[in-house]
Design a protein around this ligand. Structure first.
Ligand SMILES: *[C@@H]1O[C@H](CO)[C@@H](O)[C@H](O)[C@H]1NC(C)=O
Ligand SMILES: *[C@@H]1O[C@H](CO)[C@@H](O)[C@H](O)[C@H]1NC(C)=O
Ligand SMILES: *[C@@H]1O[C@H](CO)[C@@H](O)[C@H](O)[C@H]1NC(C)=O
Ligand SMILES: *[C@@H]1O[C@H](CO)[C@@H](O)[C@H](O)[C@H]1NC(C)=O
Length: 240
């Protein structure tokens, strides 16, 4: 018996003395019903017992097989098992970390490398930062810090200057002796304002905020020849 497609008759077979190795093929099918769709209607008799099986019509009957990525015996329950591709290096080459998963597998390069682990020598070391890139990034960050430091000290110097100028004007305008004499004034109604308070109150000395009203006492002038400048106002009779 031999597969008719494989066997080619040669007269020498009749006279020859050499042994002939023949590939024997047994053709069979399950034939209690004519096809898969009929077989599936009666699950008690259905011969494909394992999950993950395929059924194919064959020779007025049917045959069972495991689906792709599964292997084993489809005619018993649980017979089709997931193929562990990591154990089949010839069919599923993997030269580094192989991890079997359900129906597939993951072949990855070791830590710190990248590439194609399904090729021999496919993994290469990862160089995220080249040496030149490191130097460029390093100097850029350094330069940024220098610029920020310069800007910061510039702002600090400006602020110190402003504070000193304010202090100088305060002294020039007789602020210190006035402050000393304040003790004898009734200070619940009199106050020394800061420039920030005035800017806020007058919307930065906006033109619109100048009041000029007949009911408002006019400032006529001032005298600087004394320790503290003296302001001269309109005289208002009949009142304090
Ligand atoms: C038959 O077998 C002989 C010896 O093995 C070989 O020389 C010859 O070519 C074969 N003939 C055919 C038709 O295959
Ligand atoms: C399947 O087989 C049944 C008998 O077992 C037959 O009656 C039916 O025609 C077949 N169906 C096909 C599509 O061959
Ligand atoms: C990895 O190499 C194999 C074999 O050369 C190739 O078939 C596959 O497509 C490659 N994979 C990638 C992601 O390049
Ligand atoms: C300060 O003035 C308020 C109201 O104008 C008055 O009630 C208070 O007695 C005065 N205090 C002094 C110490 O003059």
């Amino acid at each position: 018996m031999a597969d008719s497609n494989w066997f080619h008759y040669n007269k020498s077979y009749l006279t020859g003395t050499e042994d002939l190795e023949v590939q024997l093929v047994l053709v069979w099918a399950i034939r209690n019903v004519g096809n898969c769709s009929y077989a599936r209607r009666n699950l008690i008799d259905y011969a494909c017992r394992s999950a993950n099986h395929d059924c194919s019509n064959f020779q007025a009957g049917y045959l069972c097989s495991c689906t792709k990525e599964y292997q084993g015996n489809p005619y018993i329950s649980g017979g089709c098992q997931d193929v562990n591709e990591c154990d089949l290096k010839d069919e599923y080459p993997c030269f580094d970390n192989c991890k079997n998963t359900m129906r597939s597998f993951v072949c990855s390069c070791p830590r710190g490398t990248k590439g194609n682990a399904t090729m021999n020598d496919g993994c290469r070391k990862k160089y995220i930062f080249t040496f030149a890139l490191k130097i460029i990034i390093g100097t850029s960050i350094g330069a940024l810090f220098v610029v920020l430091a310069c800007f910061g000290s510039y702002l600090l110097v400006q602020k110190t200057r402003l504070i000193k100028a304010k202090q100088r004007f305060f002294e020039q305008n007789g602020g210190l002796p006035l402050q000393q004499q304040m003790g004898s004034f009734n200070t619940t109604t009199f106050k020394i304002y800061s420039i920030e308070e005035l800017e806020q109150a007058t919307n930065k000395f906006s033109e619109e905020c100048i009041l000029n009203h007949m009911n408002v006492v006019k400032l006529l002038g001032c005298c600087f020849e004394v320790k503290v400048s003296v302001h001269v106002y309109e005289y208002i009779s009949n009142g304090t």
